[in-house]
Ligand binder design. Sequence first.
Ligand SMILES: Nc1ncnc2c1ncn2[C@@H]1O[C@H](COP(=O)(O)OP(=O)(O)OP(=O)(O)O)[C@@H](O)[C@H]1O
Ligand SMILES: N[C@@H](CCO)C(=O)O
Length: 291
Amino acid sequence: MLTISVPATSANLGPGFDSIGLALDMQLTLQVLQPSDHWQIDHPFGADVPTDERNLIIKTALHLVPDLHPQHLQMASKIPLARGLGSSSTAIVAGLVLANELTGAPRSSAELLEVATQLEGHPDNVAPALLGGLVVATYTDERVRAVKLPLPTLFASVYVPNEPLLTVASRQALPTELTYHQAITGSSVANTLVAALATQNWDVALPLLEQDQFHEQYRAKLVPALQTVRDHAHALGLTGTYLSGAGPTVITLGDYGQLATLQAQLGQDTTLNGQLFLLPMDATGVKVQKS
Ligand SMILES: Nc1ncnc2c1ncn2[C@@H]1O[C@H](COP(=O)(O)OP(=O)(O)OP(=O)(O)O)[C@@H](O)[C@H]1O
Ligand SMILES: N[C@@H](CCO)C(=O)O
């Protein structure tokens, strides 16, 4: 039996809008049960997520290999939909790897990353979903350039609000232009953040996660929990809180013990009625198992 597992991802990390992402140890698992005369995917997401060729995983597999033989699939996933933990990217990566494996794996990981990025529009979720760990990537001239940085020795405190926020709705809150001054500040913060992440200089990196100029201030009105979680973290002397992907999930990076203390505080705040997870990073990205 073929089993594919893909990690959740957290994009942007504040200033790295559309270009930085990390993989978290929360998985989507796809099992190929058997060939069939029609496509079918069993999953736990309810009636809003299709179970036939309209399902994003199957649609993506057929995009890569249009004459792929139909299969009966089973998906299990702890990754909540439309919450800023890269659910659509996990589905895209699962679909591409499914099609690739069922046809003898002729495409490299780099080729799959190109297609995944074309489909998603930006590489910040699909790159860590494929490669694991912390990845910085850019998509220009229809080419992806991705660099995997050393795995951070940090954990993620993940607060997932109950209400979904679709990426397309969250992108509508963004401005069409920035001033030259804002662009330069945003770029200098992002460049320094990447240098600090590459050298694991957390004293520099963690405060810079909160210095984004490109998206958070415009999305903050859609996600009141961002400021609430940040205030709790600051009260404990912790920086490193940012909006994960397009939101509404809010992540704080840091030391396990400090984040456990933070989560105890968040759990007592009656305005925060979502879910809390304290997760390690996923180092490897998509995994394929054959048994
Ligand atoms: N496992 C899945 N199977 C099928 N469709 C999925 C799956 N996961 C996500 N989707 C589709 O993707 C949509 C969510 O995509 P969206 O980009 O809005 O959010 P996200 O990927 O969870 O967040 P972000 O990109 O901010 O991290 C879902 O509403 C659903 O249509
Ligand atoms: N960089 C993307 C991630 C979500 O797809 C955004 O923030 O809109």
